[in-house]
Write a protein that binds this ligand. Structure first.
Ligand SMILES: N[C@@H](CCC(=O)N[C@@H](CS)C(=O)NCC(=O)O)C(=O)O
Length: 220
């Protein structure tokens, strides 16, 4: 059975957007899997990871990392299940959404939740997270989040508005068929929802809200 190393925090909270993408894909395709709860510092201590991050997956003696590589592996090795979510006809669009989410949507979420994540970590992980993120962003998570929270028309609001416009005329992110792009974006919103109240979608964005509700059911 597929084994998925899944990032956890305090009280077994699962909050990695990249791990959620894969769990949503596996759930949708009804492929059985088990998760291996893994904290930030478990990953650092366990030599099976090396430079690999979470999610990391083991299947048939193979170890694969990076959510997009994992998703493509699942798509080509579990062909017989349900709909095709990544195909030769949508791969460029899905790749664009993967890059856009990693570079724009996720950073706009991080601006609003970086410090809130620390409340969901056990002491050892919390120390590691604060230290590594302070190094990455050049200031402590609390300062970083506080600074971004006061921005009125911020990046998160703009990204949500863009997604709402995209969903006005189509059922799913890439048209009238569900694709892996839907799982990528839902994974990002799930991350925000799990750790904070700062990434609630505005009630005016009805298309985005309806889409989110629908995909959550389909990927349960
Ligand atoms: N591009 C990678 C990103 C994976 C990633 O950054 N995962 C985070 C968890 S959300 C991680 O493992 N971080 C380890 C760390 O910060 O020490 C993917 O799509 O899987």
């Amino acid at each position: 059975m597929i084994k998925l190393y899944d990032l956890i925090g305090k009280n077994d909270i699962r909050f990695s957007p990249y791990c959620w993408r894969i769990k949503y894909l596996l759930n949708f395709k009804q492929i059985p899997y088990e998760t291996v709860p893994t904290t930030f510092t478990d990953r650092l201590k366990n030599p099976i990871f090396g430079e690999s991050r979470l999610p990391t997956m083991e299947d048939n003696e193979m170890k694969i990392s990076d959510s997009f590589i994992i998703a493509k592996y699942i798509e080509s090795n579990y062909l017989n299940k349900n709909t095709i979510l990544i195909s030769s006809s949508n791969i460029d669009a899905v790749t664009f959404i993967n890059n856009w989410s990693d570079n724009f949507l996720n950073s706009s979420i991080l601006q609003r939740v970086l410090n809130d994540i620390t409340y969901h970590l056990d002491p050892e992980d919390k120390d590691y997270f604060i230290l590594s993120r302070t190094k990455r962003f050049g200031e402590e998570p609390k300062k970083y989040q506080d600074k971004h929270l006061v921005i009125k028309n911020n990046e998160f609001i703009k990204n949500c508005a863009l997604l709402n416009t995209q969903l006005k005329d189509r059922l799913f992110i890439l048209g009238d068929q569900i694709s892996y792009a839907d799982m990528i974006i839902l994974g990002s919103f799930t991350w925000g929802d799990k750790v904070s109240k700062n990434t609630r979608i505005d009630n005016n964005l009805e298309y985005l809200l309806k889409w989110k509700e629908k995909i959550e059911v389909l990927c349960k």
